[in-house]
Every structure is written in C-alpha cells, then in structure tokens.
Design a protein around this ligand. Structure first.
Ligand SMILES: Nc1nc2c(ncn2[C@@H]2O[C@H](COP(=O)(O)OP(=O)(O)OP(=O)(O)O)[C@@H](O)[C@H]2O)c(=O)[nH]1
Ligand SMILES: [Mg+2]
Length: 266
C-alpha cells in the first residue's frame, strides 16, 4: 500500500511552494516523502525531484516541434503521460517501496481538473497500483476577501471533487499575506446566509435566485471547509499534513500492527 497527495489548484495558488515547505517539514521531523513533478512546464524546483514528467516529455519540446501554444501544449503533454501510464509511470513507481509516500506537484491549468480526463485516469491508475490518494486543493487566500471570487474558487474545487472522486482537502494558502484574519475566518466554514447576503450586496438584484442556489449548494454539501495554511509556522504545516494523513489513513496501519502485538490487549 502506497500513499499519495495530488496537489492541485489554480495557477499560482502556491502548489509548488507548498510542496517545497512540506518537504522541508518532513525532513525536519525525520519523515521520508518523495516529490514527483507532474508539471511539464516547470523549470526551477526548491525540493529534490525524485520523479519528473519532463524526463518523459517537456513543454518546450512540444511547443517547438509541434508548434503548439503553452496551454494546448500542456494538455498534449498530459495526454502523452496518460498514454504512458502502463509503461513510463509504472517503471517509475517500481522504484518506490511498498508504503512510500508520494507528493505530486501538478500544473495549474484548471482544465486538468474540470473536464480533461487525464488526472482522473492518472489517479485511477494509482489506485489500481494500491495507492491511497488524496486531492489537496489550494486556493489563494488573497481571493477570499471578495465573495464572488471565493464562490468561483469553490466551484473550481467542486469540479475537481466531481472529476476525481477522491478524498479531498481544501487549503487556503498564503495566510501570511492576510493582515486581518477575521476577514478570512468566516470563509473557512461559511454559512449559506452569510454568503448569500454578501453576494446580494455585491451583485445586481436579478442574480438573487442564482446567489441563493449557489450559497445553498456550498452549504448543503459542506464541501467548503478550508484549512488555513501559513507556511511561516511549522505548526500550521503539521496541522494540514495531519488532516491529509488522516484522509489517506497514513499511519493507521502502523498503529494497528502495534496494537496487534500488544500483550496487554486481547
Ligand atoms: N507570501 C506568500 N507567497 C507565496 C506563498 N506560496 C506561494 N507564494 C508565491 O506565489 C507565487 C506562485 O507560487 P507557486 O508555488 O509557484 O504556485 P503554483 O501553484 O505552483 O503555480 P503554477 O505551478 O504555475 O500553477 C510565487 O511567487 C510564490 O513565491 C505563501 O505561502 N506566501
Ligand atoms: Mg507549480
């Protein structure tokens, strides 16, 4: 049984920075995680990359040789990955041990987790290979001060949930940039009434019905529980990590084993 985080979210939401901080944190506490780069356009890394999609295909080559633009080229690269799950990916996965913990740093193109089936097939493949996978969706806290941007971020997260059908953790990133924590707090576990009144205040009256449905949707499915992440604080990283570990049952097997061998218990 392997464990994996699939780190997703809009462009620039802080995925790679999170990956890097997570790696450092794990190093500090003496825990081994393996970083996998799934972004064929990435150039600089502040964590050691143990598996890299660019060894399979790079965006530069695709753009140069096929004359594609950056976004079409990226989709092309990811589809190439999809075509190579059984050979390239499996070869890579064979290099890991049974209960290794992998963190996949994904590209930020929103298409990848809204309607292009590549990531879905990718995680299906990981599941077949006996990985417990969790989607870690990052949303930039800077967008949360505005309720309309917040709703759009929630909808993108919901798309990912529907597309991927994975255990899912929402994270509000870049909390160090939030000067007034109170502004953000009501968005961590928002209530339909609060969202609705804010939406109605900002938008023309003819959106009233739509706003009500959106606010209720967000509330009904209680999909929007955001965990704030402040990378300056080790405790914040630890808190986020423990939620994710819980989601993929990391560490539970170990507990069971200890208990099994405890002579005090029957
Ligand atoms: N202040 C602050 N800046 C951050 C934080 N996380 C990321 N950034 C900045 O936000 C920008 C984007 O960060 P990345 O980690 O590259 O974001 P990403 O989601 O990997 O971006 P793409 O891979 O291009 O989609 C960079 O300039 C980072 O320095 C944070 O916690 N605090
Ligand atoms: Mg990145």
């Amino acid at each position: 049984m392997g464990y994996a985080q699939l780190v997703i979210g809009p462009a620039g939401s802080g995925k790679s920075t999170y990956c890097s901080s997570l790696y450092q944190h794990c190093e500090t506490v003496g825990r081994t995680i393996h970083m996998v780069n799934l972004d064929p356009a990435a150039e600089h890394f502040s964590y050691p990359v143990s598996t890299d999609i660019r060894e399979l295909i790079s965006l530069d080559d695709v753009m140069e040789e096929l004359g594609m633009g950056p976004n079409g080229g990226l989709i092309y690269c990811m589809e190439h990955l999809e075509d190579n799950l059984d050979d390239w990916l499996d070869e890579q996965l064979e290099g890991y041990l049974d209960d290794d913990y992998l963190v996949f740093d994904c590209p930020g193109q929103i298409e990848l987790f809204t309607h292009v089936p590549v990531l879905r097939n990718f995680v299906e493949h990981l599941k077949r290979k006996n990985f417990n996978v969790c989607a870690v969706y990052l949303l930039d806290s800077q967008f949360v001060s505005d309720v309309t941007k917040y709703i759009s971020g929630c909808m993108a997260s919901l798309s990912a949930m529907i597309q991927l059908e994975l255990p899912h953790i929402n994270i509000l990133s870049k909390m160090d940039l939030v000067s007034n924590k109170k502004d953000v707090e009501e968005y961590l576990n928002p209530e339909a009434q609060v969202l609705l009144s804010q939406l109605n205040r900002q938008m023309a009256p003819n959106f009233g019905k739509l706003n009500k449905s959106l606010a209720e949707l967000v509330d009904d499915y209680s999909m929007v529980n955001f965990i704030p992440l402040d990378l300056r604080k080790e405790s914040s990283i630890q808190y986020v990590l423990s939620h994710i570990d819980n989601c993929i049952q990391y560490g539970e097997d170990a507990d069971v084993k200890v208990r099994d061998f405890d002579p005090e218990e029957d």
